[in-house]
Design a binder for this molecule. Structure first.
Ligand SMILES: O=C(O)CCC(=O)C(=O)O
Ligand SMILES: [Fe+2]
Length: 153
C-alpha cells in the first residue's frame, strides 16, 4: 500500500516537473503530460551490500538512464556520483531531497536541449545501502520525438 502510494506520488511529481520543462522549452504546458498518459513507468529499489574493498566492487556501473526522468531517493549512506567537469563528483546527501536525473528519452523529447547525465553508484566499505528510483517512461508503443516547436534548431 505504501509502495503504491509512493509510486503514485512519484508519477504526479514527475509529471509536474515535465510541465515545468515544457514551459521552459516554450511548449504547451500539458504537452508531455499527455505524452505520458498510460505510462509504463518503473519503480526500483536498489540494495548495495557493504564491501570491504569498495574500489574493487561495482555498485551500479557508469550509465545514463534510458528513461525520461528519474526521481531518486537515497538513504543516509550515500554513494551516488555524477560525472561532471571531467570527474566523478559525489551527490550531496539530503534526507529531505530527491535527485532528479534527465534520461536519454528526455534528451530525444527535447531535441537535445536537456542532456542525460552520466552517473554511477559506489558501494560503502562498512554499511549496506538502499536507494529508490522512479523512472518515468512512456507507453511502449509511443513514438519518441520532440514537438515541432523544439525541433527547429
Ligand atoms: O543507487 C543509486 O544511487 C543510483 C541508481 C541508478 O542510477 C539507477 O537505478 O539507475
Ligand atoms: Fe541510473
Amino acid at each position: 500500500m505504501v509502495y503504491q502510494e509512493y509510486c503514485e506520488a512519484m508519477k504526479e511529481l514527475s509529471l509536474k516537473i515535465m510541465e515545468l520543462l515544457a514551459i521552459s522549452l516554450g511548449v504547451d504546458r500539458f504537452h508531455y503530460r499527455e505524452f505520458f498518459e498510460d505510462d509504463c513507468s518503473i519503480m526500483r529499489c536498489n540494495y548495495y551490500p557493504s564491501c570491504q574493498k569498495p574500489s574493487l566492487a561495482l555498485g551500479t556501473g557508469p550509465h545514463c538512464d534510458p528513461t525520461s526522468l528519474t526521481i531518486l531517493h537515497q538513504d543516509q549512506v550515500g554513494g551516488l556520483e555524477v560525472f561532471t567537469n571531467n570527474k566523478w563528483q559525489t551527490v550531496r546527501l539530503h534526507s529531505d531531497a530527491f535527485v532528479v536525473n534527465i534520461g536519454d528519452t528526455l534528451t530525444a523529447l527535447s531535441n537535445g536541449r536537456y542532456k542525460s547525465c552520466l552517473h554511477r553508484a559506489v558501494v560503502n566499505e562498512y554499511k549496506d545501502r538502499l536507494s529508490w528510483a522512479f523512472f518515468l517512461c512512456p507507453r511502449e508503443d509511443k513514438v519518441v520525438r520532440p514537438p515541432q516547436i523544439v525541433s527547429i534548431d
